[in-house]
Design a protein around this ligand. Structure first.
Ligand SMILES: [Zn+2]
Ligand SMILES: [Zn+2]
Length: 292
């Protein structure tokens, strides 16, 4: 069942500025009813006050948020495919108001936003409604920051950026010994944005799990006498995630790579990772809260 989502301008602007993309949160349980592969159509207002289509998320996963995230953004979350979802250029898009008013059920309020308050911010769409929206979206300009080259799959960049930043930032424990020569140059980033991180948090995780992968239990310390697992931000910093212990998980390099490459999501309902259709429960957990 496709969904229609009203994104208040305030949240839309903040989400776009924070690069908080390819997922949406809400308090409405309707968000759970969309099936993977179905679409969520989000509309908002641009700076002129026009109602415009903001995004077409092709849903790849859905789940419950962590308790802290729930408090702020609501318990339900859907993730959009980074390769096939689209973000439209709200400033250059024509008004979609007449079309939205023609959809069923009809929006009756004089001001469209008023009929989409609270849980009504998410609605079911009929297939006919969706056909109308699809046709309307066909020629819309794409958002220039999310899709810098006008291609929908360019956003895949984000994944590698996040991973390379996480891997490249040195911690005091991994400083190069003198015999390895000069320190390497700082990493160059696809996006000119580095998110501040507390270097103490990964070390706390390493101690908490004796350096083991929380997903498979791999224990490099017993074999190689080294810390080889990596702290991963469950909600990526580049998607607005927090640099806090309850947003971090310790993963072996294989699982870390797999999580990024498949854009896997952690469902806090059962603390299970979703790699597309494949599900892997966390094996070791001392610090992550389940969804209430
Ligand atoms: Zn692992
Ligand atoms: Zn990561």
């Amino acid at each position: 069942m496709p969904l229609l989502y009203y994104w208040t301008r305030e949240n839309y602007v903040r989400n776009m500025d924070d690069r908080d993309w390819f997922h949406l949160n809400q308090g409405s349980p309707l968000l759970r009813e969309a099936a993977e592969g179905e679409r969520l159509w989000a509309f908002t207002r641009n700076s002129r006050g026009d109602f415009v289509l903001a995004a077409e998320l092709v849903i790849t996963a859905k789940g419950l948020n962590s308790p802290a995230w729930t408090e702020r953004y609501g318990p339900f979350r859907v993730w959009g495919s980074m390769s096939s979802s689209a973000y439209f250029d709200a400033e250059r898009s024509p008004s979609v108001e007449a079309l939205l008013r023609a959809l069923s059920p009809k929006a009756k309020a004089a001001r469209l936003g008023q009929s989409f308050q609270g849980h009504a911010a998410v609605r079911r769409l009929s297939l006919d409604d969706e056909r109308l929206l699809s046709a309307f979206a066909l020629d819309l300009p794409l958002h220039p920051v999310v899709h810098p080259e006008g291609r929908r799959d360019v956003a895949r960049f984000l994944m590698d950026e996040e991973l390379s930043v996480e891997l490249a930032l040195p911690t005091p424990q991994t400083a190069l010994p003198g015999w390895m020569g000069e320190a390497p140059p700082p990493p160059t980033l696809a996006w000119g944005r580095v998110y501040p991180r507390d270097a103490a948090l990964p070390q706390r995780l390493q101690r908490l799990y004796d350096g083991r992968c929380q997903l498979c239990g791999w224990d490099p310390a017993s074999v190689y006498h080294r810390q080889l697992c990596e702290a991963h931000h469950i909600q990526w910093l580049s998607r607005g995630g927090w640099d806090r212990l309850d947003n971090l998980i310790l993963l072996c390099p294989n699982h870390h790579r797999a999580v990024h490459s498949l854009d896997a999501t952690l469902d806090f309902a059962d603390l299970t990772w979703r790699f597309g259709d494949r599900r892997e429960p966390i094996q070791l957990n001392e610090h992550l809260p389940r969804a209430a």
